[in-house]
Write a protein that binds this ligand. Structure first.
Ligand code: 5GP
Ligand code: ZN
Length: 138
């Protein structure tokens, strides 16, 4: 897609700080370094997001996650890694070419606060929802 920023990064029309490449996948640093080493993993072939992604593309993209996570820990001295994907505007997606964020995390403090709020579990509702979603899995 010629009007897609990440397709232009794949073609070389827009420069990027690349750290890994194979036949199907490109990995480069995010221009907004939310934490030092903030990395994006993208499929070279355009697709919109996880909802739009084939299982083959997911295998290729997610398949490189461990070696990139290990490299980031070694290179930055990070104490941990968050993996984030934003799919669709409601989830915060701003670039509509699928990508995974890898965010090195630093125990000494890195200014990033990602927290799941704890609440009282409604086991009946959870079981009902699981059944409903299960019917949609194919
Ligand atoms: P999203 O919000 O869609 O999950 O994330 C898009 C990410 O792409 C943002 O973190 C943003 O900083 C990054 N980004 C946007 N334009 C460019 C660019 O031209 N080059 C690089 N390296 N990253 C970009
Ligand atoms: Zn694209």
């Amino acid at each position: 897609m010629t009007d897609c920023i990440f397709c232009q990064i794949v073609s070389g029309a827009i420069p990027s700080s690349q750290i890994y490449e194979d036949e199907k996948v490109l990995v480069f640093l995010d221009i907004t370094q939310v934490t030092p080493g903030h990395t994006l993993i993208i499929p070279k072939q355009h697709c919109k997001n996880l909802i739009d992604m084939s299982a083959d593309t997911a295998r290729q993209v997610f398949g490189v996650v461990p070696k990139l996570a290990q490299a980031l820990v070694k290179a930055t001295g990070a104490d941990g890694i968050n993996l984030i994907n934003n799919s669709e505007e409601a989830a915060g997606q701003t670039v509509f070419h699928a990508h995974i964020h890898l965010l090195p995390r630093f125990a000494a403090g890195d200014g990033l606060d990602i927290r799941f709020v704890q609440n009282e579990p409604d086991f009946g509702k959870i079981a009902e929802l699981a059944k409903h979603i299960q019917q949609e899995v194919n």
